[in-house]
Design a protein. Structure first.
Length: 538
């Protein structure tokens, strides 16, 4: 009976760990969990603002929610919905900076399962983190290991060196968590000015030598206030499950997640760590393109999902529009503020010099044009009479009167016996210059080129439209950053356009997020290589 009571208590605590879900008119709470991890606002290169929301969407058992239907996501400011085009991506595709501290129990109770934890954690999580990840491994038993944030390579080496410390008493869980929080507070992103996601992953049975429930709550609240999520993985080798409530409280207060490993088998640990990896790398990144006068800074937003996954996230305040950490009067490109150069005012002398320079330039151009036209007119030279068969300058020589066909003209070498004389070669014709781009048909979707040599052009789209540096591409971009077959746009029968990245080297970005495929909505920005485009549905 006591074991059953503990199980019910853990289940109730996990339910409380998620934000309060939205409810249907005749239904109770659903078992889905939405947490907004971060909100950023920055000036966009095509005008307006980019509002980026990092959203964790999970079922109670830890599986990712499918939010591929754009109609299932609503961005809400209070009771008002923001109706703006947006793109979906995943956190692992952004190459963002991440700092994670893994806190692993290593006392005698965990001696048998420690090898399975090491192997599964390394294969399912550490091996799949991004290059800009900083990781620390802290083992805890009777005491706390000293550790620091470092590269993935050093962290994987430290994980392999973990061994049980032989202690049989209550472990120092909260002391180790205090050290992990201090490490993450001091953490700085690899790229200066970039956002940094901070996580703590606790693996243990929830026991702590202090036995102070208030301190447990304080640690979770302090971590959540600092933007640190505590994700806990609980396993009770002795089948005493009540201490697992401590792990659930830590996750609830910091808006993290709690997962319960029921058996000691390697498969159970592998499945749990694979879910943790999905929660980290497949976290949704929603990028909204909003007009500059939308007045969203300083307001609180939340995400609501509708349909099969009815839930509501926590609220988070939208910061002021910045680039990196600093205000930006221009637009933001990879956390760097770009400002267009303003034209400087000219004095009277400056304008005189400019007008004089333009006049001299026009005279020089007219002189060159006159010279070329004069050479092409082939004027007659007084006193010079051409010989029979000789042409005046600019004329093609003709046959001499009475000359037999095949007989060489004056000044032409005679042909060998038995071979007719070769006719004079006509002048080579030059290929016509490129014709202007034809405008798109009325009402059809187009790509508006914003940067590069073709800036300002509108290029009509059709099913199978290709982009790359290959000469056969529908849109040729040879800027040194574009792949031969870079991307393709497919249009269905209803006119919906979907952009696919064709395994390009430098990636395809929609509203600043790297994507493999994305449905294009009116107003979305597309960056391929160094060229900025804008999709117009018309």
């Amino acid at each position: 009976m006591r074991s059953a009571t503990c199980v019910i208590g853990v289940a109730l605590l996990v339910l409380a760990a998620r934000p309060e879900p939205a409810q249907a008119d005749d239904a109770g709470p659903t078992s889905y969990r939405l947490v907004i991890d971060r909100v950023d606002l920055e000036p966009a290169s095509i005008g307006g603002l980019r509002l980026r929301v990092e959203l964790s969407a999970l079922a109670l058992q830890g599986q990712l929610l499918d939010l591929s239907d754009p109609k299932s996501i609503k961005l809400m400011f209070g009771k008002s919905q923001l109706d703006a085009p947006f793109a979906r991506g995943h956190y692992g595709e952004t190459g963002a900076d991440t700092a994670i501290v893994f806190v692993v129990q290593i006392n005698l109770v965990y001696a048998d399962v420690l090898p399975s934890i090491q192997a599964s954690l390394d294969d399912a999580v550490l091996a799949k983190l991004g290059d800009r990840s900083q990781v620390a491994i802290l083992g805890y038993g009777d005491s706390t290991d000293a550790g620091k944030l470092g590269s993935l390579k050093s962290a994987r080496g430290k994980l392999g060196q973990l061994s049980q410390d032989g202690s049989a008493g209550e472990p120092a869980l909260l002391d180790t968590l205090d050290r992990a929080v201090r490490l993450l507070r001091k953490a700085r992103p690899v790229r200066d000015g970039a956002p940094l996601r901070r996580l703590i992953v606790v693996i243990g049975d929830g026991r702590d030598r202090a036995g102070d429930h208030e301190r447990v709550t304080q640690v979770g609240v302090r971590a959540g206030r600092d933007g640190i999520r505590i994700h806990t993985i609980g396993f009770a080798p002795s089948n005493v499950r009540r201490p697992l409530l401590v792990l659930g409280e830590l996750s609830r207060q910091s808006l993290g997640t709690f997962r319960w490993v029921r058996t000691a088998g390697a498969d159970s640990w592998t499945r749990t760590f694979q879910q943790l990896n999905d929660e980290i790398n497949k976290q949704y990144v929603l990028t909204y393109f909003v007009p500059v006068d939308a007045d969203v800074a300083g307001k609180k937003l939340h995400i609501a999902t509708v349909g099969r996954t009815l839930a509501t996230s926590n609220e988070m305040k939208v910061p002021d529009a910045t680039c990196g950490r600093d205000p930006c009067a221009g637009y933001c490109v990879d956390e760097v503020c770009a400002i267009e150069r303003e034209s400087s005012s000219r004095g009277v002398l400056g304008w005189l010099v400019l007008v004089l320079g333009l006049g001299l330039g026009a005279i020089a151009v007219l002189g060159v044009i006159g010279y070329v036209l004069q050479r092409r007119r082939a004027p007659e030279i007084p006193g010079v009479i051409p010989l029979p068969g000789q042409a005046m300058p600019g004329q093609v020589p003709g046959p001499i009167p009475g000359q037999m066909p095949g007989q060489p003209s004056a000044g032409q070498a005679p042909a060998p016996p038995g071979k007719p004389a070769k006719p004079a070669k006509p002048p080579k014709s030059r290929p016509p210059k490129n014709q202007p781009v034809v405008g798109p048909p009325a009402g059809g979707p187009v790509l508006l080129v914003l940067t590069g040599p073709r800036a300002g052009q509108r290029i009509p789209l059709q099913n199978g439209f290709t982009i790359g540096k290959a000469p056969t591409s529908s849109l040729v971009l040879d800027d040194g950053y574009t792949s031969t077959q870079h991307a393709q746009i497919v249009m269905d029968a209803s006119g919906v356009c979907r952009l696919f990245d064709r395994q390009s080297t430098n990636g395809t970005f929609v509203n600043g997020v790297r994507v493999t495929d994305a449905v294009l909505d009116h107003g979305m920005s597309v960056r391929i290589g160094s060229t900025e485009l804008r999709f117009l549905a018309q």
